[in-house]
Design a protein around this ligand. Structure first.
Ligand SMILES: [Zn+2]
Length: 67
């Protein structure tokens, strides 16, 4: 049985399903968590946390996040 870490660990920012970048980051975070790369997990958490999800329309501009 596989538990998604993002639903397991409290305090982690939740990736928005409608945002491809956050979904990709969420997958990366799960892999990093399973690999024990907690520094990477923290880095990805910051990225998700800092990813803008306001009511405004997202700008069609690259944010520098490689996917
Ligand atoms: Zn996002």
């Amino acid at each position: 049985m596989k538990i998604r870490p993002s639903s397991l660990v409290q305090g982690w920012p939740v990736a928005t399903d409608t945002c491809g970048v956050c979904v990709a980051l969420d997958v990366e975070r799960s892999e990093a968590y399973e690999a024990g790369e907690y520094r990477e997990v923290g880095k990805i958490n910051e990225e998700i946390r800092n990813h803008p999800h306001t009511r405004q329309r997202p700008k069609a501009k690259a944010t520098g996040v490689s996917t």
